[in-house]
Design a protein. Structure first.
Length: 100
């Protein structure tokens, strides 16, 4: 055995002892083994799943707001093409794309 392998072994032992000290305060009782050979029907019944209403409402709200921002931005852009391109219309379009 080389000196390096011995030091690695000792380091592993220190880690193992340190890990064992972390669990000394845990009360452990062994579970009783009960095997009656049958299954309970309730263990195969899926629990009812809740519908995430908050997420659905938030997604719908963001869709509507993004669509409105896009519509107002594009219609305002079409209306002001012959005059000048205003930066707030571009901001509406960009925010509509980001929100949607």
């Amino acid at each position: 055995m080389s000196l390096q392998s011995i030091t690695e072994y000792l380091d592993d032992m220190k880690v193992a002892r340190r890990r064992a000290k972390d669990y000394e305060s845990v009360d452990y009782t062994k579970l009783q083994h009960v095997d009656n050979g049958s299954f309970v029907d309730e263990q195969f019944v899926l629990p009812a799943q809740n519908i995430p209403w908050k997420a659905i409402i938030l997604a719908s709200l963001l869709l509507v707001v993004g669509s409105l921002l896009l519509i107002f931005g594009i219609l305002g852009e079409i209306k002001s093409v012959k005059y000048c391109v205003s930066p707030w219309l571009l901001n509406l379009i960009v925010s509509g794309i980001l929100v949607r």
